[in-house]
Design a protein around this ligand. Structure first.
Ligand SMILES: Cc1cc2nc3c(=O)[nH]c(=O)nc-3n(C[C@H](O)[C@H](O)[C@H](O)COP(=O)(O)OP(=O)(O)OC[C@H]3O[C@@H](n4cnc5c(N)ncnc54)[C@H](O)[C@@H]3O)c2cc1C
Length: 481
């Protein structure tokens, strides 16, 4: 029986990104996807700079960028229309080397991810196949799946299996765990429209309409796409709310039927939940299979991309060296608290939009000169895992820098770790170590000064694993991952 390095179940944004991260390292990958094609209608419409950096690693940004729009931010207004909270996204390049926030159309991203996968000889995509069963053995995972078109049951093996199979994950059932409900459950209508022509009276920002009667969201999406979302109260009949008559009446303050085409209308129950366990042996879950959150911060898909950026290099390390439970356990421990912070913040934002709580969504809120409250995005650190907890830099993101020859440090090291040292440490470090001298990189010496560090070890996912102290430098071995 053929054994793959990795089998990925589900080819949504999480599975597509993971497949690309592993494919650039040359592994053999089989992707099982139960649908005939990708989900053609919009869901996610926003992602951030950290996620764009992962897209840069897999080499899709050149082509994908033209399908994105730089997001200007969100305003929260009360029922009188007064701005009660601002969440600006300044058009400035962040430490990740990209703008803080982008708008996009999810099918455009999924197309780019799949197109990129076509360039790898050892990636096999089997559409219309459904995972039925996955069993851990000591050295691999045994898989039973179904070819849906001809109803055949097939067997296959892999060193590792990752379930990126969404909210109703079969893989999550296979590892016999379940979701902890964190408490937010609310029905929302989602209405996607394409404007017939540019309409200047529609805002360029996302607007959150905070009120108790009909909390709602307006999203300025790419091109002529616009989205409205609004709460459905428990007593309301779904058929009534989803009727065209109701929807056009709801949209009256902004649009009439002649202004736009109704692309889709649907109802989602927004939930907040995190799986208790994310791994059993050689089987993992990631993305919506591991966590769910309402879309108010636009972070559900982003969290899934962060999961696989964390997991891919750890699996690669195990495939190149030996299976290491210790290393693989850090996947959940590092990701769990990070994603929980996003889920909790989103839930507080949900309460604010429902006008049942004050602005205490995050600690990053202050009043501007006009007295309007303004919020900054959160950037939670990784949870406990690799590196020492008393090292203050450990678990923080390492910025993206350019070498003096113009080459990008991320791209030069691709999926490898980076050892960075200040010139002071040059004489003390073994010549066997492949390191980067800070004064050869624009801005890196200043950065080290600012964070009061003489050197750093950076992981392949560009998080800092540890700072280097001059008295410990002789202990550093060539850092091979
Ligand atoms: C209205 C709305 C707005 C949103 N807005 C945002 C946003 O702005 N930003 C953001 O970051 N997130 C947003 N999200 C969340 C985002 O859409 C999801 O988090 C994201 O799609 C999850 O990706 P995934 O790959 O983990 O799962 P999915 O996209 O659900 O993909 C799972 C895949 O697995 C396949 N599959 C399932 N079971 C099996 C099986 N047994 N065998 C084989 N294949 C299987 C499915 O067919 C599917 O293709 C939004 C969600 C909604 C509903």
């Amino acid at each position: 029986m053929k054994e793959y390095d990795v089998i990925i179940v589900g080819l949504g944004p999480t599975g597509g990104t993971l497949a690309n991260l592993l494919a650039i390292q040359g592994y053999s990958i089989l992707i099982l996807e139960k649908e005939n094609s990708f989900y053609p209608l919009p869901r996610a419409v926003h992602f951030d700079d950290e996620v764009m950096r992962v897209f840069q690693t897999i080499g899709i940004t050149d082509k994908f960028l033209k399908y994105t729009l730089i997001n200007k931010g969100t305003k929260f207004v009360n029922k009188k229309g007064d701005v009660i909270l601002d969440w600006p996204r300044p058009k400035e390049i962040t430490e990740n080397g990209w703008y803080p926030s982008y708008r996009f159309h999810q099918p455009d991203l999924e197309r780019q991810l799949r197109n990129r996968l076509k360039s790898f000889k050892k990636v096999y995509i089997q559409q219309n196949t459904k995972l039925l069963k996955a069993t851990n053995t000591k050295n691999n995972v045994q898989i039973i799946y179904q070819d849906i078109k001809n109803n055949k049951i097939l067997n296959i093996e892999a060193k590792y299996l990752i379930g990126c199979d969404g909210a109703n994950s079969t893989v999550r059932n296979q590892i016999k765990t379940n979701m902890s409900n964190l408490g937010f459950t609310q029905k929302w209508a989602v209405v996607d429209l394409i404007l017939n022509k540019k309409k200047n009276n529609l805002p360029d920002r996302t607007i959150q309409f905070s009120n108790k009667v009909r909390p709602a969201t307006y999203c300025r999406n790419v091109g002529r796409r616009r989205r409205w979302e609004f709460v459905i109260n428990n007593k309301e009949k779904e058929e009534t709310i989803m009727s065209e008559k109701y929807i056009w009446n709801f949209l009256k303050p902004w649009l009439s039927k002649k202004d736009a085409k109704l692309e889709r209308k649907t109802i989602y129950t927004f939930k907040s939940a995190i799986s208790k366990s994310w791994r059993k042996g050689r089987i993992f879950i990631a993305g919506d299979a591991a966590h769910l959150m309402p879309p108010f911060m636009g972070q559900g898909m982003c969290a899934g991309i962060r999961d696989v950026s964390n997991l891919a290099w750890k699996i690669s390390h195990c495939l190149k060296n030996n299976h290491s439970d210790k290393l693989l356990n850090t996947y959940q421990s590092e990701r769990y608290s990070n994603v929980k912070e996003y889920v909790s913040t989103t839930m507080r934002m949900g309460s604010f939009i429902n006008a049942v709580s004050s602005t205490k969504i995050t600690k990053n809120i202050s009043s501007n000169k006009e007295g309007v409250k303004s919020m900054k995005s959160i950037k939670p650190k990784l949870g406990k895992g690799l590196g020492k907890v008393n090292d203050k830099l450990r678990g923080k993101i390492f910025p993206q820098f350019k070498l003096k020859n113009g080459k990008n440090l991320d791209e030069k090291f691709s999926s490898k770790p980076i050892v960075i040292i200040s010139p002071k440490l040059k004489k003390k470090i073994s010549n066997k170590i492949n390191y980067v001298l800070s004064n050869n990189v624009n801005g890196l010496s200043e950065y080290l000064n600012n964070i009061k560090s003489e050197g750093l070890i950076v992981r392949p996912d560009r998080f800092i694993i540890s700072s280097i102290k001059s008295n410990k430098i002789s202990k550093i071995k060539n850092y091979s991952i």
